[in-house]
Write a new protein. Sequence first.
Length: 319
Amino acid sequence: MPDDSMTLAESIDPDLANVALRGLLGTPKTLPATLFYDEEGCRLFYRITELPEYYLTRTELALLAEIAPLLVGPTAGLIEYGASDETKASILLDQTSASGRPAFAAYVPIDVAESALMAMAARLARARPALKVWPVVGDFLRPVALPAALDGLARLGFFPGSTIGNLDPAQARLFLAQARRTLGTGARMLVGVDLRKDAALLIPAYDDAAGVTAAFNLNILARLNREAGADFDLDGFAHRATWNAEESRIEMHLVSRRAQTVRIEDHAIRFAPGETIHTENSYKHTPEAFRAIATGAGWRAERMWTDSARLFSLHLLSG
Ligand code: AVI
């Protein structure tokens, strides 16, 4: 029987500890935003999408419902990057051609969260038996091989949620260029992009009154305690969201409330009072800035739609 200390040691993920240490031993201190999305982080993110201050999700859903009929063309396959549930894709999958045929015959959701992906595939198999669903488990930032289920179909790539805003402009261009190569000649791609706007609207979306975003940000430290053997005192850090106008991005930080030392493996990480860990960037692009990124990646910017308050945009690109 393993004793308690062995059980704890076995529960520590050395890769996660290394990823965290790489960011925490640098100056300024950082942690990659990808670490947000453990099970608890996914649950908190879902709550964020329902917050009154977080206008992104509901605005994109309404816009998508409005423009979806305009995307119907030859029978297509839908390839979604970072697909944690089918809510947004369903709006597209519901579309039919003038002859009443489904506009999409195949759906390829790509995501790292294997259990969520498989649960979604099972739901879709029940709800849409005629649809070929081909989940691909993997990091959508890496090249993926598309399944044969897409052979002979037109292709629509789909990257909703303004997740592209969590990449810096150079990474966003590389991602879009790679997606263009994956999807092939003649493909189109629909990208959800949050628009640059007044900081008075942006800040509350990332620092809500109920404190859900603060819990989401702090969960990254709780996760490192749980999975990487760190000893962060969660009361020793505060959530901060700032608008960086020059870079056109919201930044999320965790601010050390006092001088303190945190241990991960055999490293001691010292924090000065007020020192921060930079955990996330969320770029807010003007339509022109996003078009420049997309065309720099080799796409043609075919069309863009926004809601009447110009909060959010959907860009249709063609290859
Ligand atoms: C996933 N991504 C588009 C979200 C965003 O708005 O940048 C993540 C998030 N961070 C804080 N709130 C939501």
